[in-house]
Design a protein around this ligand. Sequence first.
Ligand code: AHR
Length: 619
Amino acid sequence: LNVTLQVDASNTTGRPIPETLFGIFFEEINHAGAGGLWSELVSNRGFEAGGQNIPSNISPWSIIGDKSSIYVVTDRSSCFDRNKIALRMDVLCDSNSCPSKGVGVYNPGYWGMNIEQGKKYKVVLYVRSIGDIDVSVSLTSSNGSLTLASDKIIALASDVSNWTKKEVLLEANGTDDSARLQLTTTKKCSVWFDQVSAMPVDTYKGHGFRNDLFKMMADLKPRFIRFPGGCFVEGVWLGHAFRWKETVGAWEERPGHYGDNWNYWTDDGLGHFEFFQLAEDIGAAPIWVFNNGISHTDAVETASVMPFVQEALDGIEFARGDSNSPWGSIRAAMGHPEPFELKYVAVGNEDCVRPYYRGNYLEFYNAIKNAYPDIKIISNCDGSSQPLDHPADYYDYHIYTLAKDLFSMSHKFDSTSRDGPKAFVSEYAVNSTDAGTGNLLAALGEAGFLLGLEKNSDIVGMASYAPLFVNTNNRRWNPDAIVFNSSHLYGTPSYWIQQFFTDSSGATLLNSTLNGNSSYVEASAISFQTNGSDYVQIKAVNFGDKTVNLKVSMTGLDSRITRVSGYKKKVLTSTNVMDENSFSNPEMIVPHESLMEMHEEEDLMVVLPPHSFSSFDFL
Ligand code: AHR
């Protein structure tokens, strides 16, 4: 099959692509945050996972010892008002009768803690006791047989008769990615624990983000980050929605909550503040999605929605207010006196069809525009096929479908009116059964769609894949872009496709026309600057199973590129379109780069292998 791409490379006929076109969407789903990007190793650190109920759900904590040596129960005696549950441990044995390694409790973290030799781990806990205490704080192998690091907390009864904060710094003398934290003793006592945290000292800038996962995200050079959901923001019930005020301030005082969409507890260590810090660290514009009084099951009618509106205004003030403002002062006390640059908010998630949305939306819209006229507001209603019936700066557009259907949606926005608000394609992915757990076919379907978004970027302002992360031990949504466990990670082909678009935001879209006899090919041409030099980049997807010969004919290559000596070719493909990366073969499908020579006067003649995505950067 032969196809020609006619490119007008002169910048004067090109069109600027928005600076924010490609970004990421971070949702607390699949343990993306708790047990993922947030480096806290202890799961259910406050013993609160049962909510405010007694007996609470202390899972995944377990007891070391039998009933003749230890009795463990929860009660409501914590010193923290918003999370009253504490763990009480009655040690019935003493140094003569306890097992030599002691009795106590252990926490396996999120399917095992990753402990690395030579690295340091800070353990913080709150303790109270009747009687003197001598507690070993240890990181051990998964069954406790091997100690990787250990220290002791020893105190007289008089010093711990009230709740007392204790810290130990452990340095690991071995590596184990399924380790656990143990609190053990051979001293007869009644001791209470609460808010037990273990964090690696080495996190991104010390801000608590797991380094390898952070890097993987940063490598996408996202221009925005949408957070914290998704359905996570809505809740199946409002009582389980993410409410930002419960997630700020000292970590010990946060109540945590059960996210009922994805069915797991989070201690909310990754809270409202940390999301803004993440955006700043990654150099992406924060896009905050807040609850608009609507969940999947219940909703607050418009006449009663003002408390939610005030909550959103307060959340904006938390991010943007100066450090003397009521909520800005809390941000400042958390270590960030300067405001965060919040310019975009989304009123809910996928709620357009739900009762009260339009009424509620307008209350939020008017209040926010009144207080912060520069903030861009994103509606949940789709304006791609008909005009919105309410004011908005962007409308949210989500699409999950078959690979072939998403591929053909590369023309989805071709005929969208250019008059209304811009589209924010905040969630797109191939998620049908033909996507496996993230295969090449899915990625190529997305590639066609992305080329279409790039070409329609006069009306599509922003786009992000969903979901970004999955902890392989608790896959709540499939497929995802980055797969990880406690110690390893890999990108699915969908992740690598996104990397092909990292030069697009802020680039110039060049006029190009594709001629030929393959409906399985889509292509685009852009020019961009890096380190003061201009580059022209062609991207092309071959979704079909036949080799395609692509001829690129370029006009208008003016003085910006004085001499075309060759090009950098990057190709993503595999022998079978259903192939996937895996922990055992994480780089089976990754882009392969090569430098090719060519002469200035020649047209570019390239081969697009069956089922492939390629880019060509002219040098
Ligand atoms: O990305 C997974 C989910 O898909 C999001 O939470 C929701 O917005 C959509 O339905």
